[in-house]
Design a protein around this ligand. Sequence first.
Ligand code: SIN
Length: 534
Amino acid sequence: MALETDFIVIGSGIAGLRAAIELARTGARVTVLTKDRTDESNTEYAQGGIAVALSEEDEVGLHEEDTLNAGAGLCDAAAVRVMVEDGPRYIQELIDWGTEFDREGGRLTFTQEAAHSRRRILHAHGDSTGKEIVRALISRARAEREIAFVAHAATESLLMMDGRVRGVRYLDPLVRAPRELRSRAVILASGGAGQVFLHTTNPQVATGDGMAMAYAAGAELADMEFIQFHPTALNIEGAPRFLLSEAMRGEGGILRNREGERFMARYHERAELAPRDIVSRSIVAEMQRTATRTVYLDMTALEPRFVRHRFPNIYETCLRYELDITTDPLPVSPASHYCMGGVRTDLDGRATLPGLYAAGEVACTGVHGANRLASNSLLEGLVFGARAGRAAAAEEGRVNDRFEAHDAAMEDEKQLSSGVRASGDVALAVRKRVRRLMWERVGILRSRESIRRALLEFEQISRAPLALASRNFLNVATLIARSALWREESRGAHFRTDFPARDDEYWRVHSIVRTGADISSSAELDFNSVIDDK
Ligand code: SIN
């Protein structure tokens, strides 16, 4: 017997929690499913902060301009406007709900990050901004009686009925068996797919399941080729690539090569504060030039007490690796960090399938274009999480049919995964292979030849019987690679060594992928406005 609720939210980062709170306000029953602990998400690890035009020296129009510039001609202007305009009031709401952003003399303090023309990044407990926001949102969500959390529940597929999304199929953590949960609508807020690359700043949960499930169910995905690589992940043999926040460079940290030379000024006039894609590629070039695997982030010129106070989490974490950030240059290299693309949505989080909504990193509103401005992701999750929750409550509250779902994806899985569901070894081997191929052939620098070779191997891997989670993982990697092959230019975070120039005449369009169809292009992402315009 399948379980029922009114709305399912998948994911408990900033977008999922904010959507759940919005839905619960209408009195609807909301079930939040999370793959790991309730407080484990990409949001939890966000260090630098949340960008918002709230300081006296700032303006919404400047935040808009910086976002559009970073997006390299591919931002959806209406989505950017919504985010920067609505941002301040949603931040105020977070403060009203108990979020403790850092202050001096009672006034909010703002830090600097790359490609921002003003100091506009709010932060909390120094470098634990995401953790503090999640704490406040979970505490607020737990006060809503209508919200139930189910942790350690990995969602595998969407349930469809008459062309509508009407629930999910997930692995029940208690009975360790698949279960159906039916609902009026599903809000995907499951985060990104950084884990499909060998080196990533993302936690284990960021495997792109939401994108894969939406794709399998027939929804459109957009801009999958645009993957942001963070320039400065700690690079120590055998250790995870721990993020060293861009705010460290914002506060005066500098990058040096192994000869101790400050090299970024040779690559860009804004040196360490050049856009992220440029810093990442410059680091790769410098590592190649000096035949090394790292460059160094140097904070030693800053006052040690300030550094310890401003970056307490980074300070403590680096000490575990016997690095004192106030005295030691830190070995760093780029790592995959953020997916600009994802499930195509309109300005209210509606995906192209009825009954499906998406917000946060899993979604593509077009807000980030080809390259996300630092610290815009938390703001996007907050604003569009709330909007998606509101739209779902308004529209799907009226859908009142009996829950008799037909799980097409479940049938697929029976055929595809017979006999291998329990094989953890296969899953691990597939992931390892895919992650390496993505890093080496579809990574920071890509070419037709390297991407094609990756795709050929993916094709071979896909012929083996795979469990659904592995297939989802492989599918997300394949979609990124196919989209990267399709875009024969370089723009923002997507760099093709065989097409190094940006081509606005032909390629100022979004890539759209959908099951069973070739990649197509669209000048706009808000499909409602596209329809209205006709
Ligand atoms: C950072 O602190 O550098 C990460 C912030 C972001 O990715 O927006």
